[in-house]
Design a binder for this molecule. Sequence first.
Ligand code: GLP
Length: 244
Amino acid sequence: RVFGSDVDASQSVASEIAALIRQRAAEGESCVLGLATGSTPVRVYRELIRIHREENLSMKHVVTFNLDEYFPMQPDAAQSYVRFMNEQLFDHVDIPRSSIHIPDGTIGRDGVDEYCQQYEDAINVAGGIDLQLLGIGRTGHVGFNEPGSEVDSATRLVELCDITRSDAANDFGGLDNTPELAITMGVGTILRSRRIRLLAFGQHKSAIVARSVQGEITDSVPATYLQGHDDVQFALDSAAASTL
Ligand code: GLP
């Protein structure tokens, strides 16, 4: 879907999430959301906070799983996704802290494989993800599933591409300080979500959006795997859609 602006696209996706939370609550069920970081979903979170405050949206029965985290990463570091999510959403709504899951960047290298398996298990125990929010990186990554990621990949420790690291370098005060590794949900984890909503805004995303939507399905552009999902939407502004 191509929207008039990033604000319109974000409001549409936030309204859908709010409706889903209300629907699941009416069914007596919790709503399991897969959440993303980066600049792209910020307006969705802002709109959800507004709906929570002004339209009495209770998020008490929402369970969240974030896609990824740099590794290693302390939760209170300026660049941590824990800190990002707290500032952008969790500090402003009533999701119980015990219902929030973000990959732990403090896990020791030896325990990381077991930790990743536990993250997968926790998603399954919660009943699977009802709606997964995604951004997209310039390499075509979703989460931190870089080119070469397999369609059935699970939550794991991955190496970041040079393009991804250079896009993040500003946040870390230079490439030398930018992590080389991250923990990410896998492509398989993402594809098991019942709905997927990917947001992309701006001219700089247009080439990778076109390859993802219209290109052949290939591990060199992991977002092309989304073509195989039966309830996926790319919510774009006109600049991000301009190469389609
Ligand atoms: C990082 C995140 C991705 C995000 C991407 C794009 O790599 N791990 O989840 O989609 O950045 O970021 P932005 O939305 O700022 O363009």
